[in-house]
Ligand binder design. Structure first.
Ligand SMILES: Nc1ncnc2c1ncn2[C@@H]1O[C@H](COP(=O)(O)OP(=O)(O)OP(=O)(O)O)[C@@H](O)[C@H]1O
Ligand SMILES: [Mg+2]
Length: 229
């Protein structure tokens, strides 16, 4: 479904990603794991065309979408939940969902609220007044309103209380059960391992490991060197 091949990405003169290659198959939940500053967010921004790669290709559903505009990638079926939980602070929860362009009727507000019942309870509240966990649910809910084939989730559990993290882990697992493919970036490897089946480990802008969860768990060197677990 998603095929990233040999991408190099820069911020101005700073060379950040080196020959990054990864794949997400239909229905797969794949982890992109790595420490602070490893290049996880830059990889997602490269896929979404926010920071277009200078080398390599991004193919989605068989189509070359390298460097496409973010809205174009959204319309093709990639939902992106960035690391900064940007909600429309002045709009209520319900309106934050209503403004999304719906690619199909696969996901609508009812289905989204069924996944996040806590949001239904507060649907009239201004998004700017929500807690961090509620805002994170809302940004995922908003991405779902576009009925994506693939979701890019950038450190969804970062900075959230353990109880909220557990809720989110369950909700993300439900998305997997609903057949949505997911690329999940995490520093919190323990949490990620509960949701993913395969992982890439990135460090200093380079993919250092690729394998199943079992292979990663058995690889003490990779865990110690790049993940601190
Ligand atoms: N806008 C920017 N301009 C210049 N350098 C940047 C910019 N954003 C990130 N970087 C640098 O790119 C490198 C990779 O950053 P990136 O945000 O992709 O890492 P990350 O794995 O997402 O880290 P984190 O876990 O902290 O979110 C870092 O060295 C970072 O300092
Ligand atoms: Mg990041």
């Amino acid at each position: 479904m998603l095929d990233v091949k040999g991408i190099d990405t820069y911020y101005g003169l700073s060379h950040i990603l080196f020959d990054v290659t990864l794949k997400v198959g239909a229905g797969e939940v794949v982890g992109l794991l790595g420490r602070n500053g490893a290049g996880k967010s830059t990889t997602m921004k490269s896929i979404m065309g926010i920071v277009p790669p200078r080398k390599g290709t991004v193919t989605f559903n068989g189509e070359n979408v390298t460097g496409g505009k973010p809205f174009m990638l959204f319309r093709k079926g990639i939902g992106y939940v960035p690391d900064d939980r940007r909600v429309f602070a002045d709009l209520c929860v319900d309106d934050n969902l209503d403004i999304v362009h719906q690619r199909s009727k696969e996901w609508d507000k009812e289905r989204v609220y069924d996944l996040f019942p806590a949001l239904r309870e507060i649907k009239a509240r201004r998004a700017g007044h929500l807690s961090g966990g509620e805002q994170q649910m809302l940004t995922i809910a908003r991405a779902l309103m576009g009925s994506p084939d693939l979701l890019l989730l950038d450190e969804p559990t970062e900075g959230l209380a353990p109880l909220i993290v557990r809720d989110l882990e369950q909700q993300i697992s439900k998305l997997r059960d609903a057949g949505i493919s997911i690329l999940l970036s995490e520093q919190n490897v323990r949490s990620a391992l509960k949701m993913i089946s395969r992982a890439y480990v990135i460090d200093n802008g380079r993919i250092r490991f690729e394998g199943t969860v079992e292979e990663l768990e058995a690889n003490e060197e990779v865990k110690k060197k790049y993940l601190m677990v």
